[in-house]
Write a protein that binds this ligand. Structure first.
Ligand code: GDP
Length: 528
């Protein structure tokens, strides 16, 4: 095999995805089971606790004390012929910005829905983000071992609320204490559920044919009802269409219980068969195909290093084309500089062939000593910039004040860095010396104060401030823009990235400003 065809083969094995769900739907549990199938971990130990040999910084301790996961990480595992990259997203709502950006680095998502609760708020929001890029979505209706809602109703809800057609691949045979298994509508096979196999890879006990004596024995009194229901399901739901799925218009639906590790294997089998191979990405200049041989990638997340001995941070990069190999030189496009990278973190559990190497679709972690920002592009020399990495207008604001006024410089530096890595947003009003911190969720404020103290030795306190929302402003008409800037100076500030921003005390104020200055664009998101 030539080197180039080996590379193409390697790329085509990749399946890079993230799990989206409302908190508590079972994302963590299903992640554990997926890793179990991928043999990345022997028993489905807690992913959340991340107990391991790595010492944790205080920052991580805080995260653990709160019992929530605020950082995303990458898990790679082989399954069948594929190399699967699973990007973890923080479950807590306050860190949704991180989640949104992680979604720019995947090629498809798995949506986990609690069978008793159906479609919940956060799933709706995350779906909106997936829709921006028509990301293919596979669905898993979880917790069938509990009393759930009528699965037909849940399917209807997916279609109506999430505006995507839903095609059941398998159908649950009962639920709660009557849950007997799932029936594959395409292969006419029942996969039998047995309790108590959650911590292992369960045996796949199959019954061929819904009209077989074994099926009748399994289903007992419920047989007739189930036959009728399946008849109805066949008539009333969509048939799976691969192209529709890949276009983001249809979601194949699987049922099961993550806790019981049942239905997960069927879902994973469907996933590795249908999920898209690495998809190319748009840049300011041209579309980069994942099969392009020249190296390229972009940074979608920056995370405090888990090792407290190193004060640096890890920048997570999605490789979009070509190969990363240890010691290679890459162009940091924004700085116009070539950098030699010999210590990137790769995530290669179980994949011996490609240790120290990563190809399109993979994620690598670069040590960042303050020169890398979210959205940065790296290439083999070409001046490209990947587009579409969002930055959301914060919804919550506080004025930040120093306990020791002599530390202003350190405070500014800390806030600048924390805003570059996306942990918060910082605003400097044009008309006064306040420093305003903005967040998407309230927990972010606490994290910022903690990290300022821990990492920058700055003690700061927050004060309430009367701001309801922020909009990045721009205008093609220089004269009109000057007038706007003069009249609205009270509300204007410069954000951490140097962009002019309008801070509105109320939503009504924002609407009025938008009406009064129709030439000015008020943007709720901006690109990195
Ligand atoms: P996350 O917040 O989405 O990561 O949800 P978790 O995976 O932490 O699950 C939330 C809770 O639901 C935990 O107590 C799990 O043990 C429980 N859980 C997850 N999957 C199932 C399931 O299939 N059946 C039942 N009965 N409980 C589940």
């Amino acid at each position: 095999m030539t080197q180039s065809s080996a590379l193409q083969k390697n790329i085509q094995k990749r399946r890079t995805f993230a799990i989206i769900s409302h908190p508590d739907a079972g994302k963590t549990t299903i992640t554990e089971k997926l890793l179990l199938f991928g043999n990345a971990i022997q028993v489905g130990g807690s992913v959340k606790g991340k107990k391991g040999p790595h010492a944790k910084s205080d920052w991580m301790t805080m995260e653990q004390e709160r019992g929530i996961s605020v950082t995303s990480s990458v898990m790679q595992f082989p399954y069948k012929e594929r190399i699967v990259n699973l990007l973890d997203t923080p479950g807590h709502e306050d860190f949704s910005e991180d989640t949104y950006r992680t979604l720019t680095a995947v090629d498809s998502v798995l949506m986990v829905i609690d069978g008793a609760k159906g479609v919940e708020d956060r799933t709706i929001k995350l779906m909106d983000v997936c829709r921006l890029r028509d990301t293919p979505i596979l669905s898993f209706i979880n917790k069938m071992d509990r009393d759930t809602r009528d699965p037909i109703e849940v399917m209807d809800e997916i279609e109506e609320v999430l505006k995507i057609s839903a095609a059941p691949i398998n159908w649950p045979l009962g639920n709660g204490s009557h849950f007997k298994g799932v029936y594959n509508l395409y292969t006419d096979t029942i996969h039998v559920y047995r309790q108590g196999q959650g911590a292992v890879i369960p045996e796949d006990e199959q019954i061929k044919g819904l009209d077989s004596p074994d099926a009748a024995a399994l289903l007992g009194d419920e047989l007739d009802d189930i036959l009728e229901e399946i008849e109805l399901v066949r008539g009333a739901t969509h048939e799976f269409d691969l192209e529709e799925y890949l276009a983001g218009r249809m979601t194949p639906v699987f049922f099961g219980t993550a806790l019981g590790n049942f239905g997960v294997r069927e879902m994973l089998d469907g996933f590795v068969e249908w999920a898209p191979r690495p998809i190319g990405r748009e840049t300011n200049d041209r579309f980069v195909e994942s099969s392009d041989e020249a190296f390229s990638g972009f940074v979608f997340k920056i995370q405090a290093n888990m090792d407290p001995k190193h004060r640096d941070r890890i920048a997570f990069m999605r490789v979009c084309s070509g190969v990363y190999s240890k010691g290679m030189k890459m162009r940091h496009v924004r700085l116009g500089k070539d950098v030699k990278v010999s210590d990137a973190v790769t995530f290669m559990a179980g994949d011996r062939e490609s240790v120290e190497e990563a190809v399109a679709g993979d994620i690598i972690g670069l040590h960042n000593h303050g020169t890398i920002q979210i959205g940065d592009t790296f290439t083999d020399g070409e001046a490209l910039k990947f587009t579409g990495i969002p930055h959301f207008a914060p919804e919550l604001f506080r004025r930040i004040r120093l306990k020791d006024p002599l530390k202003t410089k350190a405070l500014q530096k800390g806030l600048q860095q924390l805003s570059e890595e996306g942990s918060t947003q910082v605003f400097f009003p044009l008309n006064n010396n306040d420093i305003v911190v903005g967040a998407v969720g309230v927990l972010q404020f606490e994290v910022v104060a903690y990290r300022l103290k821990d990492e920058y030795k700055v003690e700061a306190v927050y004060e309430p401030i009367n701001i309801a929302t922020a909009r990045w402003v721009e205008c093609d008409d220089a004269k009109k823009f000057e007038e706007f800037k003069r009249k609205c100076a009270e509300n204007l500030c410069i954000d951490g990235g140097g962009h002019l921003t309008y801070l509105a005390p109320t939503r009504v104020n924002l609407s009025l400003a938008e009406e009064r200055y129709p030439e000015v664009r008020f943007r709720a998101t901006r690109e990195h």
